[in-house]
Design a protein around this ligand. Structure first.
Ligand code: CU
Length: 323
């Protein structure tokens, strides 16, 4: 019994579709998805991977089939039949890619919008800062001073009312410089070189660079944003999975660009609060000040007891320092 070619086409089509769908979901090319935004980006990536796999299998399959089926046989010196033009076929192979490209474009615009890419206060509309407008060299001059670059940071703009659902739980100021990241938590004025974020909270980074263009990139969050001297760029995200990730500078910024990376710690709210307390204690000039910031009713000795144990300091010693 001879199977008609339409049945063959249908069977091959089903197999190719299933293979493409499977590989599109199981390619294993990406690191874990650790933020809400990562899920959206991965959906887009997987859809493109599915389509690409299908096209790859069809094209390579037809190529191999034809190379075998229409190969030159021994003693056959004839040429093939002269074929010129096939309008329906040409329309088809123009229309199919056009529809695919249009579909991917709409989908990717949708994802970009969902992750806040079109937010009016995002990078492209960020205001130029006063100093930069009046003094072209100020961005460079700022690198020469050792001060914290507070003058470099444009006033933070609140979330627009129409995007109320996106208003961040936490804002962090980010300064990028050759070759480090500096994070300032405006609520506590704690400054660190390591980024700590409480899990499940929407955070907004208000970023600026001290010297040259850098780029904020956390592969597990699937987000990347340029950090530019003389202006503020922003990026918001909601980390979903606790863990330690790496923030990588993704813009070639000098000879040690490759070393411009730091740790991102996504932790529980409790661990985050503890970490913040430790930073407060470490960053304040005296232990007294640190205690004053903590508005608990504990005496300084009581409050510091857990920390002194960690640091190997006897509480008697602390008592003497305090007095
Ligand atoms: Cu850099």
């Amino acid at each position: 019994m001879k199977i008609p070619s339409s049945i063959w086409t249908l069977l091959i089509g089903i197999v190719l579709t299933l293979a493409s769908l499977w590989y599109g979901q199981n390619h294993g090319l990406l690191p874990i998805a650790a933020s809400d935004e990562a899920g959206l980006i991965d959906g887009l990536f997987n859809a493109m991977m599915t389509i690409s796999t299908g096209i790859f299998l069809v094209v390579e399959g037809v190529l191999i089939y034809c190379a075998f089926k229409y190969r030159r046989r021994a003693g056959d010196n004839e040429d093939g039949p002269p074929i010129e033009g096939n309008v329906p076929l040409e329309i088809l192979w123009t229309a199919i890619p056009a529809v695919i490209v249009l579909g991917i474009s709409i989908y990717s615009f949708e994802v970009y919008n969902d992750i806040g890419g079109f937010d009016p206060h995002a990078a492209h509309q960020a205001p130029m800062m006063q100093e930069s407008m009046s003094m072209p060299g100020s961005a460079f001059a700022a690198t020469l001073s050792n001060d914290t670059p507070s003058g470099m940071v444009a006033p933070t703009i609140g979330a627009s009312p129409d995007k109320a659902e996106k208003s961040p739980d936490l804002e962090i100021d980010v300064s990028a410089l050759q070759y480090a990241w500096i994070f300032t938590y405006p609520d506590t004025e704690v400054t660190t070189g390591e980024l700590h974020i409480p899990v499940g909270h929407t955070v907004k980074m208000n970023m600026t660079a001290n010297d040259v263009i850098h780029a904020f990139w956390i592969p597990e969050f699937r987000l990347k944003q340029d950090v530019i001297p003389g202006r503020q760029t922003e990026i918001s995200f909601t980390p979903r999975k606790m863990g330690e990730y790496t923030l990588i500078c993704a813009e070639l910024c000098g000879p040690y660009h490759g070393a411009m990376r730091t740790q991102v710690v996504v932790e529980s709210q409790e661990a985050f609060d503890n970490w913040m307390q430790e930073q407060l204690i470490a960053s304040h000039e005296t232990l007294n000040q640190a205690v004053a910031v903590n508005s608990s009713n504990l005496s300084p000795d009581e409050f510091l007891a857990p920390y002194t144990q960690q640091m190997g300091i006897h509480s008697e010693m602390l008592h003497q320092i305090h007095n």
